[in-house]
Design a protein around this ligand. Structure first.
Ligand SMILES: [Zn+2]
Length: 340
């Protein structure tokens, strides 16, 4: 089957009380790890690429790798999503490159760094919604700004500063009405990257109650959690055991994400955990086998380590077992859906 719009997966997830993990990629092994995990767990798939990833791997490589994933996994619904588009032009170029879903992040100006005002956010997001829906492509928007920085994207806000840019539930209601987005990314205290929290997060820094309030007001809007790697201790330990120096850090506990899933969270972005897993596996080979020089001998274990993380999240978020149950619509078919 061809790439499908994100909306199809999120509607099914909402009807069946689960969420899909959205996994960032920029090379072949990462795409293979995700597809193997999805096959093993019978999961629908959301692959996403940021601007940084598109630049690193080149759109043509990404497009053809995703075509290979579709060809080799005809039984799985697969979404290709743009992560943090910084302006309408970036979103439209992604659609030209076969992406079936885009994020227009108008919470920041097009430098991808400076927090924007509400009017700017609505203007650029609405522009993308109109253009994307006309060709059946789904759109994720963002309200409020996250801390941290990833692939050069992000306001670089400290955890403390990020707390002043939390999503306002009143404004969220207005934003969805003003833009017509399919999914809404919210700022609840999480940040991008490995260094999210200095201790296991409590409710005063990880505002899960905010998600409950937004879901109460917008029961039909699919909520997206960004910066939702759990940064497991064992993955930090492997890196440090084999010569790395990752300072002690804490992510978003899986049980908190599961609480979100009970309250309208339908897409959960995970990138750092896979990066940690791959890095740990590569470090281990480099330390254990000093004479090794075949890239397959360390990229293979890295792929396997990432697959394990993907299987764990697909299972924990409830998407496992659902790939075959989703009624597929192509982007072309979605044009009529959006006209209504
Ligand atoms: Zn993000």
């Amino acid at each position: 089957m061809p790439l499908v719009p994100l909306r199809i997966l999120l509607d099914h997830a909402a009807e069946n009380d689960y969420a899909v993990v959205a996994l960032n990629v920029n090379n072949m092994e990462q795409i293979q790890a995700i597809m193997e995990a999805a096959q093993e767990t019978d999961s629908p798939v959301v692959v996403q690429a940021s601007r940084g990833a598109r630049k690193y791997s080149n759109d043509a490589y990404l497009r053809h790798l995703m075509l290979a994933a579709v060809e080799l996994n005809p039984n799985l619904p697969i979404v290709m999503h743009l992560d943090h588009g910084n302006g309408p032009a970036t979103c439209m170029s992604a659609i030209d490159q076969n992406f079936s879903s885009v994020m227009m992040d108008g919470s920041l100006l097009d430098d991808g760094k400076t927090p924007a005002d509400y009017e700017y956010n609505v203007k650029v997001t609405k522009e993308v919604v109109d253009a994307a829906h006309a060709v059946g492509v789904s759109v994720e928007g963002e309200l409020g700004a996250l801390g941290g920085i990833e692939d050069g994207h992000g306001a670089g806000l400290s955890q403390e500063e990020a707390m002043t840019y939390l999503t306002d539930p009143d404004q969220a209601e207005q934003f969805v009405a003003d833009t017509g987005v399919d999914a809404l990314a919210v700022a609840i205290g999480t940040s991008h990257g490995a260094y999210k929290f200095s201790k296991k997060p409590t409710g005063d820094v990880l505002k899960m109650d905010l998600i409950e309030e937004i879901h109460r007001r917008l029961p039909n809007t699919h909520i997206v959690m960004h910066g939702s790697s759990s940064v497991p201790q064992e993955l930090q330990d492997i890196i440090n055991q084999y010569g790395g120096e990752i300072p002690q850090t804490y992510g978003v506990p899986v049980e908190q994400i599961q609480r979100g899933i009970k309250n309208g969270v339908r897409k959960v972005n995970v990138d750092t955990d896979n990066r940690l897993a791959m890095t740990g596996a590569i470090r281990k080979v480099f330390c254990d086998k000093l004479g090794e020089y075949d890239p397959r001998k360390y990229l293979g274990p890295a792929r396997e380590a990432m697959k394990k993380v993907c299987v764990a999240r697909m299972t924990a978020f409830g998407q496992a077992g659902h790939a075959g149950n989703i009624k597929i619509k192509t982007c072309k078919k979605m044009v009529d859906f959006y006209k209504k």
